[in-house]
Design a protein around this ligand. Structure first.
Ligand code: C2O
Length: 511
């Protein structure tokens, strides 16, 4: 068995099999601070009794500590979110570019708290890879009501309850090249904010935050569905380990993918409690390089050979900056819009919204294929759902289809008509950090339009957007939401980017 040891920036691989028997190590943080171990897939992790026992023990010990102790389970979950007020509580960063970095830092300190509580310095938080078709139910140890890994009230309560394919589809997020994206919020990691904020006035979520992140929170349900309680469910940590792994994999798939280099991003600070209960303040730049500097890597990818920031290929960085700059310069024109009068509440049945297009849609051949060719955002179509209103955030997601008004919960997402999902993850009831901002969400529908235009019956003067409320999968079948909440969406807009050929108000095909 191998582990990695970092010293003076040289990495030496040492094989020390005797040291690693899981029972003989006594915890001494300073001595083991540089140990590097893999975060494992929970399916592998749970086959190793000593590991799952260490995870349970760490959680159990933290749960027994008084809520006033920063290293207690209760206190630590309030650092993420709570309806109560406390100086260092409600610090989670959502809907902007610090989402990934803050949650990485939060997991890093939690991992060390668990190691110390379990007296097991090799413990790393496993990840739940729900995208794999054999991993779509909660891992078995989390379903056992006698386990410290269990909490009541979830939607997923048995081995035959699963998350939907739409909730775990990472292809949209992983195909994004720019981390920041444009004002249309279509980057991988989220839009710019000037200073860290729990929830900003305008939702600037990156693609990964929406799907799978928010969608999984919604579908696990119960405590996980509300940002004020989410971190009290032990599955939270495995979910975020997976989100962090997807970030690592996104960067590794390269083609210009890179973290922001803007000093505003890098120099921001987060204050979190360490494993000794001491509040520490660290820069974002401490958390966005090679994860081995933080003591872990993911078992599906080897530890990267060099620190990513210090030696990031200048060229790669330049390409990413170009893509980002191009995206943020894009201007968009509204070419179709419904009015409030046409809006109707969406509860449990699918509801369709026709959107009349008042400008000619460019023909399919005029649309450049959306390639990762950098710095060039070709003509893009966006669907904007504006002014989304609800009395309380729904605990389910909504699958969205284009020109398929007959869609139901049984309609496949493997169709050019499928757009994506609308998700909800925020504090409820609202806390002081949550602003009653108008909720707006944007979806890139370029590839949908490209495919649908191939059909001679395609009517470019009217698009139909259909929202399908959907619950979890039971026994392999999609279900209706359990506790539906009525939402209203005031405006449906179709917007085109400046790369799109423009013409007069005559719908194509009628000229
Ligand atoms: Cu800050 Cu998945 O949440």
């Amino acid at each position: 068995m191998k582990f990695y040891f970092l010293r003076h920036s040289h990495r030496a691989v040492i094989t020390v099999s005797t040291l690693l028997s899981f029972t003989i190590l006594t915890y001494n943080l300073s001595a083991v601070a540089q140990l590097i171990f893999p975060r494992q897939n929970i399916n592998v992790f749970m086959t190793q009794p000593a590991r799952i026992a260490a995870l349970k023990r760490g959680i159990q010990v933290m749960k027994q500590r008084p809520a006033s102790d920063p290293t207690s389970w209760t206190f630590q979950s309030r650092v993420h979110g709570t309806v109560l007020s406390g100086a260092n509580w409600n610090k989670c960063q959502h809907q902007h570019w610090w989402f990934l970095a803050w949650h990485r830092a939060y997991l890093y300190y939690m991992e060390r708290m668990l190691q110390k509580a379990a007296n097991e310095p090799r413990l790393r938080i496993p990840y739940w890879n729900y995208t794999a078709t054999n991993s779509r139910s909660l891992p078995a140890p989390f379903l056992d009501p006698t386990s410290p890994l269990y909490v009541p009230g979830r939607n997923l309560v048995s081995a035959t309850d699963q998350v939907t394919p739409s909730a775990v589809n990472t292809s949209n997020a992983m195909s994004r090249i720019a981390f920041i994206g444009s004002d249309a919020q279509l980057g991988f990691g989220g839009g710019r904010e000037n200073t860290p904020i729990q929830f900003p006035f305008t939702d600037k979520s990156g693609s990964l935050e929406v799907v799978p992140h928010n969608a999984i929170h919604d579908q696990v349900g119960g405590l996980m569905q509300n940002s004020s309680t989410a971190a009290t469910d032990p599955i939270f940590w495995l979910h975020h380990s997976n989100i962090d792994r997807l970030w690592v994999n996104w960067l590794a798939s390269d083609q210009g993918r890179a973290n922001p280099t803007d000093p505003t991003f890098l120099n921001a600070t987060f204050s979190l409690y360490n494993e000794n209960g001491v509040l520490v303040t660290r820069h974002v730049s401490d958390f966005i390089g090679n994860t081995t500097a933080l003591g872990y890597y993911y078992d599906d990818s080897p530890p990267p050979a060099q620190p990513a920031i210090a030696s990031a290929a200048t060229q790669t960085q330049q390409i990413a900056e170009d893509a980002e700059a191009a995206a943020s310069k894009m201007t968009f024109t509204t070419i179709g819009e419904t009015t409030a009068a046409e809006s109707k509440p969406i509860l449990i049945q699918p509801v369709s919204f026709p959107v009349t297009i008042n400008m000619q849609l460019p023909a399919a051949q005029a649309l450049a294929r959306r390639t990762p060719s950098l710095g060039h955002e070709p003509c893009r179509y966006l669907l904007v759902l504006d002014d989304i209103d609800f009395a309380k955030p729904p605990a389910n997601i909504y699958q969205i289809y284009l020109n398929q008004p007959e869609s139901t919960i049984d309609t496949s997402i493997d169709t050019p008509n499928y757009i994506g999902v609308l998700t909800f993850f925020e504090p409820y009831p609202m806390n002081k950090n949550h602003h009653a901002a108008k909720r707006s969400n944007t979806f890139d529908i370029t590839s949908n339009i490209q495919s649908l235009q191939q059909d001679p019956k395609f009517d470019p003067s009217k698009l139909i957007v259909t929202l399908v409320p959907i619950g979890i999968m039971k026994q392999g079948k999609p279900t209706l939401p359990d506790n539906p909440v009525a939402i209203k969406i005031k405006t449906f807009k179709i917007v085109v980017g400046e790369g799109c050929p423009k013409s007069s108000n005559q719908p194509a095909g009628k000229t």
